[in-house]
Design a protein around this ligand. Structure first.
Ligand SMILES: Cc1cc2nc3c(=O)[nH]c(=O)nc-3n(C[C@H](O)[C@H](O)[C@H](O)COP(=O)(O)O)c2cc1C
Length: 333
């Protein structure tokens, strides 16, 4: 029947039918994506173990970033610390696994927050019940969370590292020297990232390298996740162009290809001896529009992420950003 119709009906009509079918499929697929996300993402009052872990990681990392700040502010996190401690208590009260590394990381981060204040005899009792925390929750002394101090030994030799060392020694660095970056190195990093695989070799990723300080400041003010750090000498915006996709089943491929490209670029920047940090572009409509206007990004392009880039300082701090173990994320089928 399908074959016969193909001969009877004109091509333009068949094309129209195909478009209608694709539109229907797109509605269904986007609805499924929406349902999966809305049903499962970690909402504030949800107490399912995985969703609680998501919040423990989120708030732990926020505190770690504060602890790693070059311009450290005592008593930072007056809202975040009570929330993180509430989650730690809730997790334990729910009888979830207290040997789990996400829980231990949260406890370790809170412990470092208390220690740095105690060292200076600053009283954090109004923010967290220190005695209760130490008595009931601090049952280990692992330093798996918090901030760590690093020294830049010789980043110009990063190109000699093997891949394992390059990947394991890379960190998101948010404080840079006050010097401009070598554009040749950034262009070479983009060239390396161009070798990133993409669906059917579509290569939809696009790169904007911003060196104008005024534009960087405006862009980061809109972005909002880099407040309190000094302006980086270079900012990169990565997007993907929807024009390069040909079917509605590819709807998420836009973000996969963009994400893969972004990760290659992060490794390539590290290889070039440059310090970098990815910044999210998970914007509401207002921030999305402002960013597009500022950087002249057409509506056909999807914002993937920013990367701040600069030269390494001699000494710098980074959040420890604890990682899960292989057996926590892997199953064998
Ligand atoms: C997509 C993406 C968005 C990110 N957004 C931000 C951000 O807005 N602000 C920030 O300080 N770090 C941001 N980061 C950096 C992460 O916090 C960091 O990669 C993570 O904690 C792991 O640490 P590491 O990169 O040092 O290994 C982002 C990273 C990714 C991959």
């Amino acid at each position: 029947m399908k074959k016969e119709l193909k001969y009877i009906l004109p091509d333009t009509f068949l094309e129209k039918l195909k478009q209608i079918r694709n539109y229907g499929r797109s509605l269904y697929l986007f609805k499924l994506d929406k349902k999966r996300f809305l049903q499962n993402y970690s909402k504030k009052n949800f107490v399912n173990e995985e969703q609680l872990k998501a919040r423990l990681i989120f708030y732990s990392h926020s505190v770690e970033k504060g602890l790693a700040r070059e311009n450290f502010r005592y008593y930072f996190g007056k809202n975040v610390i009570p929330e993180l401690y509430r989650l730690v208590k809730l997790y334990k009260k729910s009888n979830y696994d207290t040997y789990n590394s996400i829980y231990l990381n949260a406890v370790s981060v809170l412990n470092q927050y208390i220690s740095v204040h105690e060292e200076k005899r600053y009283d954090v009792k109004p923010i967290i019940n220190v005695q209760e925390f130490k008595e009931f929750y601090l049952n280990h002394n692992f330093k798996i969370g918090g901030a760590k101090q690093l020294s830049c030994v010789d980043v110009n030799k990063n190109y000699r590292k093997n891949f394992k060392n390059l990947a394991l020694e890379r960190n998101s660095v948010r404080d840079y020297q006050n010097s401009s970056v070598d554009l040749k190195k950034i262009n070479e990093a983009v060239e390396i990232a161009l070798k990133t695989p993409s669906v059917c070799n579509r290569q939809s990723s696009r790169v904007r390298i911003i060196q104008d300080k005024t534009i960087i400041e405006k862009a980061l003010k809109i972005q909002g996740g880099f407040n309190g750090y000094t302006c980086p000498p270079c900012l990169i915006m990565i997007t993907t162009d929807t024009n390069y996709f040909i079917d509605v089943t590819e709807r998420n491929q836009i973000y996969i290809d963009g994400g893969l490209f972004a990760m290659s670029l992060l490794y390539a920047l590290e290889y070039e001896g440059l310090a970098a940090c990815a910044l999210n572009t998970m914007f509401d409509i207002k921030r999305d529009k402002k960013t597009r206007k500022l950087l002249d990004i057409p509506d056909s392009e999807n914002l993937i992420l920013y990367i701040t880039v600069g030269n390494f300082k001699k000494n710098y701090k980074v959040p420890m950003s604890h990682r899960l173990c292989v057996n926590e994320i892997t199953s064998y089928i």
